[in-house]
Ligand binder design. Sequence first.
Ligand SMILES: C[S@@+](CC[C@H](N)C(=O)[O-])C[C@H]1O[C@@H](n2cnc3c(N)ncnc32)[C@H](O)[C@@H]1O
Length: 260
Amino acid sequence: MIRRFKSLFWKLNWFFKHYRQLSNGSIFIPNKFLGPIKFVADSVATSNNADFLTEPKFKRAYELALATSPWKDVEMQWRTFIVCTLAEMVKKLPGDFVECGVNTGAYSRAIIEYINFPQTNKVFYLLDTYEGLVASQITEEEKMAGVGDYLKTYTNVYEEVKKTFAQFNTRIIKGAVPGTLTQCAAEKICYLSIDMNVVEPEIAAANFFWDKLVPGAVMILDDYGFPAHIAQKKAFDAFAAEKKVSILYIPTGQGIIFKP
Ligand SMILES: C[S@@+](CC[C@H](N)C(=O)[O-])C[C@H]1O[C@@H](n2cnc3c(N)ncnc32)[C@H](O)[C@@H]1O
């Protein structure tokens, strides 16, 4: 009886402390192993350890990401932490870094800081239209899922991006993928981020770069788990099956492939 009372007390106490963090009708069922919520943003709510949020190295990298003025009204620390950590893991492999879908360069700027990119002597290739999605690449299925809404959200950021990366060993390749892929001179690649919101250029980039990825290289699919991007998930599941690899799916929505 006392134990039940204690348990009920603990749950109510937990609820009143954290109820503001419960959003959109989602319900947490607390148990005695859960502590206070450590992170709630960008589709992730967790009471798991999130000490990276206050680590100076990551804080600085994330500040620089935010300084590029990327995402409106969203905090994306966990996703940014994942790309930074993966970049750190592969930076000693041979090969360059490639990002397809850069926008203002938030991830890439964070990575450059986090892994001390200049010391790697690598090139960071940054491919984007720098003015948003290509309407003709969006299928009816993607439009139905809401991908067409992105057409209104991106502005021309090319001049800002050139300034952001001027001091680093980057190659800024402007134009629509897949047309621009051959401008990427990297023969070997250890880090590939694919974040263009649309199946056609993403699968084209994955196929184009696959043989250039060195063993152990990482390919990150930023939109893999998002409901509006279900077409990307289906396309990459088929891609992974064809290449006989698995996609590591994590709660941030990111899908991660390591090149065998
Ligand atoms: C979600 S944003 C990328 C965000 C970025 N990874 C960051 O760090 O903030 C998607 C980007 O993909 C770009 N994009 C979409 N379709 C493209 C295509 N066919 N070719 C090149 N870039 C494209 C858009 O211009 C947009 O900047």
